[in-house]
Design a protein around this ligand. Sequence first.
Ligand SMILES: [Zn+2]
Length: 270
Amino acid sequence: MTSTRDARSAQPAVEVRPNTGPWYQLHEVDDGVVRITEPHVAKLVKANLWWLRGTDRDIVVDAGLGVAALRREIPLLFERDPLVILTHAHLDHAGGAQEFRERAAHEAAAEVLAKGMPASLYGAELHAKLGIEAAREAVPDLLIDALPHAAYDPRTYQLGPMTVTHPLRDGDTIDVGGRTLTVRHLPGHTPGCIALHEQRTGALYSGDVVYNGHLIDDLPESDPSDYRRSLQHLADLDVSVVHPGHGRSFGPRRLRELTQCYLLGSEAIR
Ligand SMILES: [Zn+2]
C-alpha cells in the first residue's frame, strides 16, 4: 500500500479548473425514472445513476464516482430517504453510496465493500490498483476534467469501508410502492454483479452486466464462464428496455445483439 505522501509525489501534474455549472446532469426518462450522469468524468469511470420514484419511497440504482456530494448537488434526491442499490462493488458505481442511510448490494459485493475498494482519480494508478495490466484504450492522467469545487484535491480521493444494510440474493424483491424490482444475480464482470428487473414495465437495470460497448471480463475478479451463463440467463427474461450502468438505454433487440456478440466472441477464442 502506498503512503499518502508517496502517492501524492507520484501523481502527474495536471491542471484542472473548478467546475462552474452543476456536477451532475439529470435526464428525465419516463415512468418516474431519471438518469443521472457525471459529464466531467472520463469515459472509463463515467457511470449512470438511476433515480426511480415509487409511491412510498425512492430507489437510486448506483451512486456514481463519489467525487461531488450528491446531497449538496441534488438535495431533492434525498427528500424521501431513498434506498441505494449497488449493482456491484466498483468505484464508479459505489463511490457516492456512503451518503445514503440504507444501502443494498449482493452479499458477495457487500464483502468487498466492507473492506474498502481500490480507488484513484489518476488513470495509471487506478489501473495498477485494479490489477489491469494494459489499457484497452488511452486513459487520461486524471479521470476528471474539472474540480467539483475550488478547494477539491483529487489526490485525496479514496473509498473507505462501507456497510451494506441490505445484503441481497438472487430472486429477492424490493417493493417501494407501485414499483417492484427483482434481483438477478449475474456474476462474471465481478462475483457480486446484479441486475434489477421490474416485472410491471419489463425494464432491466443492468449495471455492468450489459451495456452498449466492450464488456469487461478480464479483471482479476472477473470470471468469463460465469459471464457466459449470466448472459444466457438474460435471454430468458422478458425485457422491454435496458437501463445500463454506462451509456444510453436500449431495447430488447440490441440486448440480444450484445449478448450474442459476447457469447460468439468468447466461443471463438475458446
Ligand atoms: Zn464495473
